[in-house]
Design a protein. Structure first.
Length: 21
């Protein structure tokens, strides 16, 4: 559902931030 998509996006954003920093 929508919640799953939001959680997935937030997790991807966190991973991207860790990689970029």
């Amino acid at each position: 559902g929508v919640i799953g998509l939001v959680v997935g996006i937030t997790q991807l954003n966190k991973k991207r931030q860790l990689v970029e920093s």
